[in-house]
Design a protein around this ligand. Sequence first.
Ligand code: NAP
Length: 330
Amino acid sequence: MDNINIYDTIIIGSGPAGMAAAIYAARAELNFCVIEKSYASGGQVLTTYEVDNYPGLPGLSGGELSDNFKKHCDKLGCTFITADITDITPGHIAPNGFFNEIDLSNKGLDSVIDLIFMLTTTEGDAFLTKTIIAATGATHRKAGIEGEDRFAGVGVSYCATCDGAFFRKKDTAVIGGGDVALEDAIFLSRLCNKVYLVHRRDEFRAAKALVSAADKIDNIEFVFDSVAKNITGNSNVEALTIKNGKTFEERTLPVSGVFIAIGIVPETELFRNLVACDEAGYILADESGKTSMPGIFAAGDIRKKPLRQIITAAADGANCVTSVETYLMK
Ligand code: NAP
C-alpha cells in the first residue's frame, strides 16, 4: 500500500479547462497528472483559426494559444499522459491493501472515508486518485442528413481550419448559425470561390462582431430559414439540397464541400453513471466545479453553463483546483 501512488487529482482532458487546472494544480503543489486522449493538447481550440477574444492575446490562432498553454504547463513540470480511459470506479483501499469498489446503489457516499477512484485504460493500465477534474470538453454534433456519413472526409467536414485547404477556389457551404459557423465561413471565404452560409432561422446566434464581419465579405452568401436536406455526388460531393422552411422551396447548391457547424455535444460518456447530467448530457456542476459525486469536479464545455468560451473553460479549471484543495483538506 505504501508504494502505491494515489494522486491528489487526475485531470482528464487537455483543452483550456484541463491545462488551466494543471497550471493551478502545479502551483498548489498537488500530486497530479493530466490524462489526454490525443498527443495534441488543446482540445477544440486547436481547430480554431483565430481566437480574438482571449484577453491580452489578440489575434492568435487556436494552435498558437494551445501551444502557449502547453508551454506554460511544461515550464511548471506538469505530467501529461496519453491514454484512453474506459472506466472510472469509485472505491477505497481496504485494510488488506486491495482496492474495493463501492456499490453506487448504496447511497451516502459523503460518509465514505478515503474515497478514491480507479481509472482504467484501454491498455489495461490503472491509476488511483483521490479526486478527478473532468475536462473532456465537447465534440461536433452531426446533422443526421442523407449523404453526411457517406461523404464524411471526402467533402463533408466538421472542421474548416483542418480541411478548408482542400477546397481552394471551390464553392462550399457551411451549415449553422453560431460562432463556429460564422468563423468557418469567414475562414473559408479566404480560400474558396464562394461560401453559402445556410442557417435554419433568419437571425444568427453568433456574436454580432462575427456576423458583421461576414456580412462585409462579398463571396459569402447568407441563406436564411433553410434546412439541409441531403448531400449528393458520385465519388465526391457535388451538391447540397436545402429547403426553405417558410416558402417550402427547395434549392440545390452546387458545392464541393459541406462544413457542418451546428454545435457541440459533451464528451461525458465516462461520467454518466457517476454524476448527474442534464437532458443534453452536460454535467450539472456549479462554478466551483462540484458535481453530485464527492471528489469529482467538472470544468469547461462539459459543464452545464451559460457561456462556453476559452476564457470560461480556463476559469473553471482554476476554480476546480481550489475546490479540490478544499475537498482534500476535509
Ligand atoms: P452553437 O452556439 O450552439 O450554435 C449552433 C448553431 O447551429 C445554432 O445557430 C443552431 O441554430 C444551429 N443548429 C443546431 N442544430 C442544428 C440542426 N440540427 N440543423 C441546423 N442547424 C442547427 O454552437 P457553436 O457555434 O459550435 O459554438 C459552440 C460553443 O463554442 C458556443 O458556446 C460558442 O460561443 C463557443 N465558441 C467560442 C469561441 C471562443 O471562445 N472564441 C469560438 C467559437 C465558439 P439556432 O440558432 O436556430 O439554435
